[in-house]
Design a protein around this ligand. Structure first.
Ligand code: CA
Length: 225
């Protein structure tokens, strides 16, 4: 998933970014509410926010409200230091989809994100934590990919690219759409980078490489197989 971590505590922000990237997510960070709203509501390709309630400028609750007011199609997982019924209700009322109390185990955050990706905007309410097209299977729980049952080893970027293509299997995605979904904003790349990574990905997909089709002049499409 393309995630945005909104947390003013630099240590926690860096830790979350690192751990989430190890889980093959593409991760953006913001240290204040205004930046978060800006990043989450543009045509940014962000799937979900991990949003701390305690921020230096506006509260996470206000951030959630502002994002919901724009109608942006992102999931929001709220973080808070306190666990009171009132806080939880306020978070959910403000537009959060789920709620996690600090301190939390990273495994729990991972599990909540998987649940969000299954039922949220990004996941179109799938019951199975697997994205499948032909012989290609991406297990969102184990964060691994198999082709014909055999595991293949993908770099984080290749994994993100394949995840995006699988989510939209059968649809043509432009290079710009793929860049938005699979590359962090901070990395400056040209659309040609997409071509290079599609090439790497095809090589690794082996017998399934033919499913990753080039749509001339537009971009790429992953055939259902
Ligand atoms: Ca904070």
């Amino acid at each position: 998933m393309h995630l945005l971590v909104v947390e003013d505590d630099q240590r926690l922000r860096r830790l979350l970014k690192r751990l989430l990237e190890e889980d093959h997510h593409v991760v953006e960070v913001a240290a204040d509410g205004a930046t978060a709203v800006e990043l989450a509501t543009g045509t940014s390709g962000i799937d979900a926010l991990i949003l701390d309630i305690g921020l230096p400028d506006v509260s996470g609750l206000e951030v959630a409200r502002r994002i919901r007011a724009t109608g942006a199609d992102v999931s929001i997982l709220m973080l808070t230091a306190r666990d009171t019924v009132g806080d939880r209700v306020r978070g959910l009322d403000a537009g959060a989809d789920d709620y996690l109390v600090k301190p939390f185990a990273f495994e729990e955050l991972s599990a909540r994100l998987r649940a969000l990706s299954r039922r949220g905007a990004a996941g179109a309410r799938r019951a199975e934590p697997k994205l499948i097209a032909g012989s290609i299977e991406l297990d969102e729980t184990a964060r691994r990919v198999t082709v014909g049952g055999d595991p293949i080893d993908l770099s984080p970027r290749e994994f993100a690219l394949l995840e995006c293509l699988l989510r939209h299997a059968g649809q043509t995605l432009s290079r710009d759409q793929l860049l938005d979904q699979a590359w962090p904003f901070s990395v400056s790349v040209t659309p040609n980078a997409v071509d290079a990574y599609v090439h790497y990905l095809r090589t690794k997909l082996g017998s399934a490489s033919g499913q990753l089709e080039t749509v001339r002049g537009i971009g790429y499409r992953l055939a259902h197989g």
